[in-house]
Design a protein around this ligand. Structure first.
Ligand code: TNX
Length: 754
């Protein structure tokens, strides 16, 4: 009997536990010995056990109203039962710790501070059912939680496209529900100045509007010739700040200087080096029209602007941009050149540094801390500045080593304007950052010592809006990636577990539906992978996978000539083929993939490399990618490519048995603007025993295969079992080229032996 009872208890525990799908994963979740559920009804009171808890109660009620259509009575009389909001002293590193206990007759949420209780309420909301009509049962549970990082942010660019106050609030709610605490508001850029400045009304009257917008992906297919724009009044900015504060979110304003200034210069042309005329830009990119660094009027203007901006935003941080400032106009400007001379500056980079340091003094004088993009490292870092590392992690690493605080926002992991699916059908800026990549991001680079790592305040995802015109597209781009990021930023590192996240994500998808929010379904895409057979017999295994429930995978062979088959296990490919596949869900066909295979003597054979590739350039399926029969058809840095920055490539292929060969061809990427160079030469060496190798020759004769791909073929008439292919890296990039002085990249995706 007793045994039976235990089993029954365990079963109901398991059922209740499957209802618990909290993101970000809390530090500790326990189910109490006795399983059960607390039911929230219209008569359940919210009991405030301390002052300052109204924000939490109001958020809870607003959510209940919006999602389930009712609110609860709030009382500060200590009555038994109901939802109790309280404080409790706790151990934590950063503010925001809370406990949540639900049991017989009550839910108890206590934070170490107001924000902690608020985060406890966010967790409670995730314990509620994801169906509108269901009764609001909260499983008995015992949660202890606190954040890992002190800075957990999302940025929104409102210059390239403008979003109404109502949506900015919604965006802030999304942050709140993910326990994030910084909203970075990118308010000015070349395409529009979006914040009212009373002393300079033309900033918004003129700079707030452009006379057209490029159509399609840059360079585009034309211009729509529609006047476009908008701005926020100072009153509206205050409203946003107050709204965010009630959600324990700090708003950081960004006022770009000295670059990305076209909109401001159009309003006040005397602030540029040439005096104009300028225009509010109608296309995307980086523009040469920047604030003049030799003219004191510019500094007075910037200070006046900050005098009005700073009082609106209680944040201790003020973001001044400072990214992507071309130096062309400064080079030609007598005032800028005089400034360089007068201050003994080395060049225009030091002039940029002068500009930022001068503004930093002003900002510090107002009791605030300057934040800038990682370009503020060039020409000398302003003394107290916080660096936002966006061009990869390098800027963040360097700044932390210089003992500066850092917010990580690398393009490689958290640029949410990049595509999250390979079959994106809307226009995006490009790139590819799938959900799992975001989930796998570690904000503290391993290049840092434990001590240096402390300078990493946290991380933030950026949403640049060149190709994001509407709120629904914003949601589509941030979800579910922002949900993954929230776990990176909040949960203990050792609690991060992709499989567990995937399971909880299924409920999160339903939660987005409950909110009426758009989100990307790329997670369900059909994904293909190529692997060797266990004995490397010269054939290949092609596997197709999807996470989509109730779906079928369909495929065809021979360039779509074969009949359509239903996929059940990896396909064994033995010769040239072209496989097409897609998903079928509810009769709809989705997510097509297509793979061409070309076979040669090396295909499907064992291959090894002597020097490892760069960590983020291991290729799809690792080293085997060199002989997997799949040659990149697109000269973009997709997964197929293996890359080395600096080292040479040396690959050894085992053909399985001694045989006659005639030549070896290496397929390469040639994209110098991205620091990718062809090798100096390729040499082939052959062996029968894998020990004694003999050179068959070298070649540097590259044959162009597309605008940025090429191949080099080396004659290799021999009898051999082992083929060693050596490609000499280009070395250091010469002056006058992008990346001058840095090590060149070598990219290879396929080696064929004929
Ligand atoms: C670079 S990130 C920019 C933005 C663009 C973005 C597009 C940064 C500091 N500057 O101006 O919108 O790329 O991904």
């Amino acid at each position: 009997m007793r045994k039976l009872l235990t089993i029954a208890l365990l079963c109901s525990h398991a059922a209740l536990f499957s209802q618990v799908n909290i993101i970000p994963q809390p530090v500790e979740v326990k189910m109490p010995k006795v399983a059960g559920q607390f039911v929230i009804t219209k008569n359940t009171p919210i009991v405030l056990e301390g002052s300052g808890l109204e924000n939490s109660a109001n958020f809870l009620n607003d959510y209940l109203q919006q999602v389930y259509g009712f609110t609860l009575k709030v009382t500060d009389k200590s009555t038994p039962g109901g939802i109790h909001l309280n404080y409790e002293k706790m151990e934590y590193t950063y503010p925001g710790a809370y406990v949540l206990r639900s049991g017989k007759g009550q839910v108890y949420i206590a934070g170490d501070n107001e924000a902690g209780t608020f985060y406890g309420v966010q967790t409670l909301l995730q314990l509620l059912p994801v169906e509108k009509s269901a009764s609001l049962k909260v499983p008995y549970i015992d949660i202890k939680d606190y954040p890992r990082f002190q800075y957990r942010g999302l940025m929104l660019d409102v210059s390239r496209h403008f979003f109404p106050i109502s949506f900015v609030k919604k965006y802030i709610d999304y942050l709140a529900m993910h326990k994030m605490n910084y909203f970075h508001w990118h308010l000015t850029d070349d395409q529009g100045w979006r914040i009212e400045i009373k002393k300079y009304p033309k900033l918004t009257e003129v700079g707030g509007y452009r006379n057209g917008t490029i159509i399609g992906r840059y360079p585009g297919t034309g211009n729509d010739h529609q006047r476009y724009g908008g701005f926020y009044t100072q009153e509206e900015a205050k409203e946003i700040v107050a709204y965010a504060a009630k959600r324990y979110i700090t708003v950081i304003p960004e006022i770009e200087m000295p670059g990305h200034a076209s909109a401001a210069l159009t309003a006040y042309p005397h602030l540029g080096c040439t005096g104009g005329p300028y225009q509010v830009q109608q296309t995307w990119g980086v523009f040469n029209d920047v604030f003049c660094a030799g003219n004191d009027t510019v500094f007075n203007f910037m200070q006046d602007v900050l005098d009005e901006v700073i009082p609106l935003f209680p944040a201790k941080y003020v973001h001044v941009g400072a990214d992507e400032c071309p130096k062309d106009s400064w080079k030609k400007c007598p005032k800028c050149q005089k400034r360089i001379k007068d201050h003994n500056l080395k060049d225009e980079h030091e002039l940029q540094s002068y500009f930022i340091q001068r503004m930093e003094k002003y900002i510090n004088g107002k009791g605030k801390t300057l934040v800038g993009w990682d370009e503020i490292l060039e020409g000398g870092l302003a003394p107290n500045a916080v660096v936002m590392s966006w061009r990869g992690e390098a800027g963040g690493i360097e700044a932390a080593k210089q003992k500066h605080q850092v917010i990580m926002t690398p393009t490689t992991y958290v640029y949410f304007d990049y595509s999250q699916t390979k079959s994106e059908d809307s226009v995006t800026i490009g790139g590819f950052i799938p959900l799992q990549k975001v989930y796998g991001y570690e904000p503290i680079p391993k290049e840092l010592t434990a001590e240096e790592g402390k300078y990493i305040l946290g991380a933030q995802a950026n949403l640049w809006t060149e190709y994001i015109l509407y709120p629904s597209k914003v949601e589509y781009m941030i979800f579910p990636r922002a949900t993954a990021l929230s776990e990176v930023l909040w949960s203990p590192k050792e609690k991060r577990d992709w499989n567990s996240f995937e399971k909880r994500l299924q409920t999160q998808f339903k939660r987005y539906d409950l909110w009426g929010s758009s989100y990307s379904k790329a997670y369900f895409d059909l994904k293909a992978s190529i692997a060797p057979t266990p004995n490397y017999d010269g054939s290949i295994l092609y596997s197709l996978q999807t996470a989509a429930p109730n779906s079928k995978i369909l495929y065809t062979l021979n360039g779509y000539d074969s009949k359509v088959s239903v996929y059940s296990k990896p396909l064994v490919v033995k010769m040239d083929d072209q496989i097409g596949a897609m998903l079928e869900v509810n009769g709809q066909q989705l997510s097509p993939v297509n793979q061409k295979f070309s076979f040669n003597k090396a295909t499907g054979r064992k291959v090894s490399i002597t020097t490892p590739t760069a960590e983020n350039r291991r290729g799809n399926g690792g080293t085997f990618g060199l002989v997997n029969g799949a040659q990149s058809e697109k000269g973009i840095l997709g997964d197929e490519w293996l890359g080395w920055q600096g080292p040479d490539m040396e690959a050894i292929i085992d053909l399985g048995k001694i045989q006659s060969i005639s030549s070896v061809k290496v397929h390469l990427l040639d994209q110098q603007p991205s620091w990718v160079y062809l090798p100096e030469y390729v040499e082939v060496l052959v062996s029968e025993d894998g020990k004694n190798f003999q050179s068959t020759g070298k070649s540097n004769q590259a044959v162009k295969e597309s605008h940025n791909m090429a191949s080099i073929t080396v004659p290799a008439a021999a009898k051999a079992r082992y083929v060693k292919v050596f490609a000499r890296n280009h070395g250091t990039i010469a002056d006058g080229n992008p990346g001058a002085g840095s090590k060149a990249w070598l990219f290879v995706d396929e080696i064929s032996v004929n």
